[in-house]
Design a protein. Sequence first.
Length: 401
Amino acid sequence: MLTGPVLIDFSGSLAILAMLSVAYGGLHRVLLDKRWLEPILGILFGLIAFVQMHNPVEVYPGMIIDMRNVPLVLAGAFLGGRGLLPCIVIAALARIDIGGVGMLSALAAMTIAGGVGLLWQGVTRGRERGVMALVALGAAASLHLIGAVLLPLDLMIWFLFNAAPLLIGLNFVAIPIVGALLERERKQIRRVETLTRTAGFTIGKGLMAPEAFEWSLNQSSATGSLHGPASAFGIRIRFQGALARFWGKDADIAAMKMFHERLAAVMPAGGIVGWAQEDLVVMAIPKVDAEGARDLLTQIRREVSSTSIAMPGMTPFRLVLDLDVRHYRQLPTLERLVADLSPADIKIVGQSGPVLTPTLAQALRRRRSPVVASAPARMFGPQSELFSTFDRLLAARLDVS
């Protein structure tokens, strides 16, 4: 009979099993040589099976059961053969040490349990492992009861009519719960691995995609170079995609790679840069003062925008950029950065009007004669502002005589 103390004992056993998910996720993150990951986890799963065997639950006088086969099923399902082998070896040695008339039956049950986990892993590989898949694993796990045929006839009958129904119920409860915890860890690990691979480059254009950039921002602001006060520079590319329409996708990709290389060259140490939106690039760096921000904005204007980009078969052109900067005591979310760095006009150092650096002032003073359009601009007409210079855009926005 499942009394309160018995349920508490089962809860304790379930809590021990839940520790498997902690070990599963923790070792994935800290172990550098992944070749040893499954074997080490298999040893841990086997030790949990050992603990289960030596921590049985007495349902009523004369009926003692444990959940030793649950770690074996999960080892096969989540670790594969390399993790299942050490798990079964440890569990089998522990059961042989206990001995008794049910030893052969127990060893057969362990083998069946591990095999069921392996089969489930193969069937669900590449598919969504949802609740129903985990429930199916719990149901299939009860096939280990077939090992009871190796018991003496009278013991087999007693086991199948008394202990087996309770073990089936425990499998339906424990395996989906612990399996869901393991699956959550597995998905998180895969997501981190994917983001880590894409944290440096995206396909073709060289800058991190928004998802990878957001992950990198969170990591850096939590424990990295951006932990503390930070400055965020917004670089909005006007007429993003016009190159692809005029000259083709390859030209657009090559230009964006050059854009990324120039940004990386002027970015201070400890900074990261990536796409925040389709036409907005954000550069986050450890916080700088107003003068440092002004200098970096000038560098971006000079090195990234004012310097022409030369492409094979094309007249050199310049990208038109809108720049802005914000300072934070603690770097906010990417969504907040996008909202803050979406100016209607060019802003320098976050002020309401632009700040004239000596370089910019000289450029404006030279604006005495009409600006001559570049060759690509003449080719595509006045509406193609993609090839206008940053200085021309800035001067047009200033009321300077």
